[in-house]
Design a protein around this ligand. Structure first.
Ligand code: 13P
Length: 250
């Protein structure tokens, strides 16, 4: 199996430039010998600072969103080309907070994924069910629909440049995690969907799927031991250098 584990921090709306300097300066030596790929997805305003601090290290740079248009009259938005110029490699797309609070839909997720890939960015595409959907027995249906929509019109050659993050909404920032077995089972559903969309071999060998939702130093090892879980998308625990480094080195 050639799926290299990938642990990414999603800082959300946290960290000024000064705080970014402090956190990443502390993080760099702690993860220097990590086996997993390490990514920090930071606010737009911290990208330049982050880029200069992690230069030459094994930490890769990510953003938290990207607009689908190349340029134009979209006040407040940021294009893929702008991110690439700053040295950004990964970009989170379709986070549940964007879907919940900012009108993100399956269709706009797909448009953003296409724009990111066209510019050479690697999307981290988020999918996941709400508590209500889970309780109604709709988890599989929701993640399958979201996955199919996100990859609509995306060619097979792009598969190894994308990462999927399964984030059950009820587990985000709540301290509740899906059990490792539950997370693994839903991620298997996503992998099977990718097998159906592309091919069984690429889904098995090339599609990396993270778990996200209250992942921390205590539960990372058990989650990462699951056969289908290839990494984590970490919110709260990515804001402390020691905690994040411990997840990275699960
Ligand atoms: P928490 O790790 O804070 O639950 O956040 C998860 C998340 O939303 C990562 O994108």
């Amino acid at each position: 199996m050639s799926r290299r584990p990938i642990i990414a921090g999603n800082w959300k709306m946290n960290n000024t430039k000064a705080e970014t300097t402090e956190l990443l300066t502390a993080l760099k030596p702690l993860v220097a010998d990590a086996a997993a790929e390490v990514v920090v997805c930071v606010p737009y305003t911290a990208i330049d600072t982050a880029a200069s601090i992690i230069k030459g290290s094994n930490i890769k740079l990510g953003a938290e969103n990207v607009h689908w248009a190349e340029k134009g009259a979209f006040t407040g938005e940021i294009s893929a080309k702008m991110l690439v110029e700053l040295g950004v490699e990964y970009v989170i797309i379709g986070h549940s907070e964007r879907r919940q609070y900012f009108g993100e839909t399956d269709q706009t997720v797909n448009m953003r994924v296409k724009a990111a890939l066209a510019a050479g960015l690697k999307p981290i595409i988020c999918v996941g069910e709400s508590l209500e959907e889970r309780e109604a027995g709709k988890t599989e249906e929701v993640v399958t629909r979201q996955t199919k929509a996100a990859f609509d019109g995306i060619g097979k050659e792009n598969i190894e440049n994308t990462v999927i993050a399964y984030e059950p909404i009820w587990a985000i920032g709540t301290g509740k995690t899906a059990t490792a077995e539950e997370a693994n089972a839903t991620i298997k559903v996503i992998r099977d969907t990718m097998a159906e969309l592309y091919c069984a071999k690429c889904a098995e060998e090339k599609v990396r799927i993270q778990y996200g939702g209250s992942m921390n130093p205590k539960n990372a090892k058990e989650l990462m031991a699951q056969p289908n879980i290839d990494g984590g998308l970490i919110g709260g625990a990515s804001l402390k250098a020691v905690d994040f480094s411990q997840v990275v080195k699960y």
